[in-house]
Design a protein around this ligand. Sequence first.
Ligand code: SF4
Ligand code: SF4
Length: 56
Amino acid sequence: MKHDPSRCMRCGACVNVCPSGTLELEEGIIMGDGCVGCLACAAVCPVDAMGCQDEV
Ligand code: SF4
Ligand code: SF4
């Protein structure tokens, strides 16, 4: 997964939905190393700040 901090508005939706608890909301989203690639965060993000494309 890739996180785009320039788009993120820190709504916390991705943190709440992540089944592996690898996301943390601090100054921005911090992605830990427990991601299982379920794409749940990308599905809930209102601003498409989470994605799996290299260009995100
Ligand atoms: S893809 Fe799934 S496991 Fe990985 S950070 Fe997003 S919600 Fe969490
Ligand atoms: S759901 Fe999107 S906008 Fe909200 S905190 Fe996560 S990455 Fe940022």
